[in-house]
Design a binder for this molecule. Structure first.
Ligand code: XBP
Ligand code: MG
Length: 256
């Protein structure tokens, strides 16, 4: 009898993993919200890279205020003000997604279709807001794709965002599965830490902002999920001889 674990579900991160949303999506939406609020704040590409250390948009704004705009700390009811600013940012992000200018990364749609065909469950574990997840899925895979995901864990549903394991624990709990039955796909060190702390095996597909981060503990680190016509670049870990990620290569990783 085989002692191999059968792959039952794949848990996808969203930002940087499904699509490159940070630089030309979230960053633009934050800046648009700052404009609408009459603030002269501007997050350029480099600064935004630094701010990404803090996950969660509201948490990132608060961190920015504390470190770059301390005068704003005197606002009455700062938390409500940040929440309002962030709501405006979410509206901008949703309308940006609706333009369809941000595509899925290589191999993402192909792998999602293959997993569905093989009846392997799909789930999402993300720090971003639920509205943003549905806006991205709608604009890339179509409205019906939202229902392809058995569980979507997003934003404030858990008290502690990544790198805490809370969102992965929540998703596993909703799936009624153990970490040994699932694999997580992430693009960042914060995401990796979160998934590892929930005992998951993790595949990293690096993104623009994350390529120099520390991915110790990942099952493998590669450029992207790859396509038969566009192989991924192998960085570390297993699967040197493969060209693209399939359900069977994920199962191999689970049993490494
Ligand atoms: C994503 C995030 C999010 C987005 C912005 O991290 O940290 O905060 O940058 O989204 P991950 P919100 O890919 O690890 O989930 O403004 O909706 O928080
Ligand atoms: Mg990410």
């Amino acid at each position: 009898m085989s002692t191999q674990n059968k792959l039952q579900a794949v848990l996808f991160d969203v930002d940087g993993t499904l699509a490159d949303t940070e630089q030309d999506g979230h960053r633009i939406a934050f800046n648009a919200a700052f404009d609408q609020f009459g603030l002269d704040w501007h997050w350029d590409i480099d600064l935004y890279g630094k701010l990404l250390q803090v996950t969660g948009g509201k948490e990132r704004i608060r961190h920015y205020i504390e470190n770059y705009q301390p005068a704003a700390l005197d606002k009455n009811d700062l938390s409500t003000w940040i929440a309002d600013l962030h709501k405006t940012k979410t509206k901008y992000f949703e309308s940006l997604m609706a333009t369809g200018k941000i595509p899925l990364r290589p191999g993402v749609a192909r792998l999602i279709h293959e997993l569905r065909q093989q009846q392997i469950k799909l789930a999402i574990a993300t720090t971003t807001t639920m509205e943003n997840v549905t806006a991205l899925l709608k604009s890339t895979l179509g409205e019906e794709s939202i229902a392809w995901f058995d569980v979507i864990g997003a934003g404030d549903i858990v008290p502690q965002k990544k790198p805490a394991p809370d969102i992965y624990h929540w998703v596993l709990n909703q799936l009624e599965m153990t970490a040994q039955q699932c694999i997580a796909i992430e693009d960042s060190e914060n995401g990796l830490k979160s998934a590892l702390a929930a005992n998951l095996s993790v595949l990293i597909t690096v993104s623009g902002y994350t390529q120099r981060q520390d991915f110790s503990g990942a099952a493998a680190v590669i450029s992207d999920l790859g396509e038969p016509s566009q192989p991924y670049t192998h960085i570390t870990g297993l699967m040197k001889d493969q060209n693209w990620i399939s359900a069977s290569s994920l199962e191999q990783m689970l049993n490494r």
